[in-house]
Design a binder for this molecule. Sequence first.
Ligand code: GLN
Length: 484
Amino acid sequence: MHQYTLAELSRLLHSKAINSVELTQHYLNRIKQYNTRLNCLITITEEEAMVQAKKADACIQQGKSMPLTGIPIIHKDIFCTQGIKTTCASKMLDNFIAPYDATVVSKLNIAGMVLLGKANMDEFAMGSSNENSFYGQVKNPWDETRVPGGSSGGSAAAVAARLTPSATGTDTGGSIRQPAALSGITGLKPTYGRVSRYGMIAYASSLDQGGPLATTAEDCAYLLQTMAGFDPYDSTSVEREVPDYLATLNNPLKGLRIGLVKEYFSEGLSAAMREAIYAVAKTLEKEGATLVDISLKRTALSMPAYYVIAPAECSSNLSRFDGVRYGYRCENPHDLNDLYARSRQEGFGEEVKRRILIGTYVLSAGYYDAYYLKAQQCRRLIHDDFQDAFKSVDVILSPTSPTTAFKLGEKTKDPISMYLSDQYTLAVNLAGLPGLSMPAGFIDNLPVGAQLIGNHFTEARLLNIAHRYQQLTNWHKQMPALAE
Ligand code: GLN
């Protein structure tokens, strides 16, 4: 049962060939069998899942169901879930039970989805390997000595291992796309403002965006259809109609102009990765697309700009974790200052502290102009480069990450090399654009991800291209041995 896509499961549920209770039980069994090995989930919500599954079956019986009714999902543990532990993979929130649902969670609940549990992640979504979790590292199901990518590593590994047909993730600089790539699945980071951030624990508010992870683009379209839309509780969510993402999945690609960015295929990229991405371009060209060489001149500015802006925003967002209102509190503080300092020192992990320190530094009076303001100016130039590019192309094709999944522990001692694994994804967040990663081959038996970047609110086009590509290829159908 776990080898079906979400779209296939939806059809099977609605034709009553299967029911949600047995489907949910099947996935819960798989989670019990494999989670101790892979560590994808922090919390398993078995009881809640069975209640939701029964309710879903009743809806289907009464003919009141929607396409997602009865389908299991896991939420990244950054989304608040009412009455359920919501940790953001931090000791700081190890005891936190969310008093309300994030908008994304409540929308998917209303659609009838069944929550199997909360996914492991990098602490407060800071990382690219899922090694920064208070609950331990997640293993890549393709090779358990390797990382699944991050920060939505638990979500990606669980979908890849077929412990769930779908998951949510969040992407601040690549955290949906990069783990999707390293785990061999499909993930979409929507346009900034397309999906509500309400109830999504904030990392860097001007960059954060929630989105779907699944095995196919079609499945991501189903999920985005429900997740997207204006939310009065999120002042940056955009009041704009949500198109029918499923209706355009099969549109022809004739006339599509695909940009290949000179700077993305520079010397640093391995020949194998370059060939894999060019092969995607050739496949799309045969469908009637044209390939256009372009340049994004300010590419080299994305990394430094991101690693000023994201820490600056995180240092502000994370100031609320002070041991007073909720979350971890140190033992026997001797005064208020000690309470703040020790609660934060003991509650946050290494990487989170590093980011807070960088953030407070770049925002401090003497350095604000030199770092933060400059980074914001760079951000504008990066945005302008993309807008120039979109005058001559409809979409940009690139690797999602420069390498396939790396070894556990390989980059933990060298933050800069870790940061580089997001070098193709960061700029997309800085410019607020949508980006999708889809399986595009294998190098040494490890999945390769190709990234599609579009202009604002072109999710339908990205899903259409990825879906057509998946009609022509079998990469997305490959499964790690434990799912066979
Ligand atoms: N790896 C990047 C970081 O650590 C991106 C993380 C993300 O998208 N949440 O900030």
